[in-house]
Design a protein around this ligand. Structure first.
Ligand code: PDD
Length: 287
């Protein structure tokens, strides 16, 4: 059995649904050999995908960035996600989609003729606990040691994996990373700063992944009259923040109450978090 997986769920691999235990790829798959692939993580609430169009648009951008032809139309992707949802009884799910360049003789350059590998699975989604939402989470900082194409949702995640383990080794759920003294993001989430009622976010450039929640929070800030500035944010500004937040498909929006053992603001989740959280829950309820 596979650690962390209950039973033997059906998964999608290259056109077919099979039990997870039967789904096999070649050891020459370039995802395995080179990490030459991209992925998406789509949250599902009450069996309905949240912000699916935005997730599929980012999937398309990631594929284009690494020059893998998209094997499916938007409609086909939507149908596939619908079928993945049917593989699970859970109301709330996390749909994982991954494409790699495919299987070929090992050579760094793109093979001439290769068929992308397409994998999909859905798992029950344990939403952030009431306690994390109410009391917030602790974080630690570290230098961002990743490459310079963090905008691609690539499966080459060694930098992110090591960053996440840096947090795990310190018994906290996430890191806050800085590159050259400026805020980038977490190991697997975007980071938000609040100062004097204004929401600050790092610029959407090659140094961060543009989360689907990034766009959603932009929309919510506009709708709720919260001023939003997207610009480089220094370490000093993060240390002086009134509020810090994390966002991702699996964390939704979570308040950060400490960084490196020091309280953020008054050490409790703040009012801007409360307003965004309300908007998040409303959007899910409307799905
Ligand atoms: N991670 N930045 C990084 C590096 C991420 O890996 C993620 C998401 C985000 C937030 O993106 P979104 O709002 O679209 O989830 C930002 C997913 C959840 C993962 O790798 O499991």
């Amino acid at each position: 059995m596979i650690p962390g997986i209950e039973g033997d769920p059906r998964v999608y691999l290259n056109g077919e649904f099979t039990p997870l235990s039967q789904a096999k790829i070649s050891v020459l798959d370039r995802g395995f050999i080179f990490g030459d692939g991209i992925y998406e993580v789509v949250p599902v609430y009450g069996r309905k995908p949240f912000r699916m169009a935005q997730h599929l648009a980012r999937l398309e951008r990631s594929l284009a960035a690494i020059r893998i032809p998209n094997p499916h139309t938007v409609q086909q992707w939507q149908d596939l996600v619908g079928k993945l949802i049917e593989t699970s009884d859970a109301q709330d799910q996390i749909v994982y989609l991954q494409l790699t360049r495919g299987v070929a003789k090992r050579d760094h350059a793109f093979p001439a003729q290769v068929v992308p590998t397409v994998f999909g699975m859905s798992s029950p989604f344990a939403r952030p606990s009431a306690q994390a939402r109410r009391d917030g989470v602790k974080t630690v900082s570290m230098p961002d040691e990743r490459w310079l194409h963090c905008e691609i949702k690539s499966t080459s995640l060694l930098g992110n994996v090591l960053a996440r383990q840096f947090a795990a080794d310190r018994d906290v759920p996430e890191v806050v990373m800085f590159r050259d003294g400026y805020l980038s993001e977490g190991s697997s989430s975007n980071v938000w700063v609040v100062k004097e009622g204004r929401l600050l976010a790092p610029v959407k450039d090659n140094l961060i992944l543009e989360g689907i929640r990034y766009g959603f929070i932009e929309d919510m800030a506009a709708a709720r009259g919260i001023a939003l500035e997207m610009r480089p944010i220094s370490r000093a500004e993060v240390d002086a923040a009134d509020e810090l937040m994390l966002s991702s498909a699996t964390k939704e929006i979570l308040p950060v109450v400490s960084l490196d053992g020091k309280p953020v603001g008054d050490g409790r989740p703040g009012p801007v978090y409360a307003r965004l959280r309300e908007g998040y829950d409303e959007a899910i309820a409307r799905l």
